[in-house]
Design a binder for this molecule. Structure first.
Ligand code: ATP
Length: 254
């Protein structure tokens, strides 16, 4: 088996006195789509932030695509940044730039492209996520929440990443928007063998995409595997979680 796309070992995180993660281990395999779920505030986004080098754990090892991540390294290592795309929960688009300029930015800054080439690729990415050409001329404030999500996804995909980090990708999307998102990620995966790690509260919406689910509770990963296996795990949080999300147990057969 090839080396994991993401490898966490013994990760511990503290904010002041509060311990968020304690000696947490997690592997994300190459080519898989993995969802990270857990109660609000259990540390899912913080774990994602460790993976992309925005924060560093108090202890432990974080490796992405075989490279040990630290904030300096992730930002300094052109190679690693180019190989990863990130969709933040809020979209995190630059408000003073047009949508097209937002999507073109990584191509200019990290892709080493000229303006015309970057704009051309940015237009293709906008089309790929289902935004109209004229949406590219708008400012983020002129877009709906769902359109912001798509624009942010277009930016995350700008450099054709091998590894995508997604924080609540379907939150705020209507059912059709969520379906379109799932179809797009499935297509990218089929075409390019994309690996994706997503934090989500909407497991039922993204279930068709997933290879595995990791459940964060008790400051660590308490279960990981295919959804059907994880939902049967004998852990009080997992039982309560699935009882609340899918009381009839009908939607998680995968
Ligand atoms: N920079 C920080 N300083 C202090 N506390 C923080 C910081 N970042 C996160 N926290 C705290 O760490 C805990 C975990 O936060 P995190 O955002 O990772 O949770 P989450 O599982 O993603 O939550 P949600 O599902 O609600 O988005 C929360 O209690 C949060 O308040």
């Amino acid at each position: 088996m090839s080396a994991p796309a993401v490898r966490l070992r013994g990760v511990s995180t503290r904010f002041g006195e509060r311990v968020i993660h304690h000696q947490l281990d997690l592997d994300v395999q190459q080519g898989e789509v993995l969802a990270l779920v857990g109660a609000s505030g259990c540390g899912k986004t913080t774990l994602l932030r460790h993976m992309i080098g925005l924060t560093q754990p108090a202890a432990g090892v974080v490796e992405v695509l075989g490279v040990r991540v630290s904030p300096e390294q992730f930002l300094a290592q052109r190679g690693l940044r180019q190989r990863c795309g990130v969709l933040f929960q809020s979209g995190a688009l630059f408000s003073a730039l047009s949508v097209l300029e937002n999507v073109a930015l990584p191509l200019l800054e990290r892709g080493g492209l000229g303006r015309a080439d970057a704009a051309h690729i940015a237009r293709c990415k906008l089309a790929q996520v289902g935004l109209a050409a004229e949406d590219g001329d708008k400012l983020p404030a002129q877009l709906s929440g769902g359109m912001i999500k798509r624009a942010a996804l277009a930016r995350a995909l700008a450099l054709d990443p091998e590894l995508l980090f997604l924080d609540e990708p379907t939150a705020g999307l209507d059912p059709l928007g969520a379906q379109a998102f799932v179809a797009l990620i499935a297509e990218l995966r089929a075409l390019h063998g994309l690996t994706a790690v997503m934090v989500t509260h909407e497991l039922e919406r993204v279930a068709p995409l997933l290879d595995r689910v990791a459940v964060l509770a008790d400051r660590r990963v308490v279960a990981i595997g295919p959804l059907a296996a994880v939902r049967r795990a004998d852990h009080p949080f997992i039982q309560a979680y699935f009882a609340a999300h899918d009381p009839q147990g009908e939607n998680h057969g995968k």
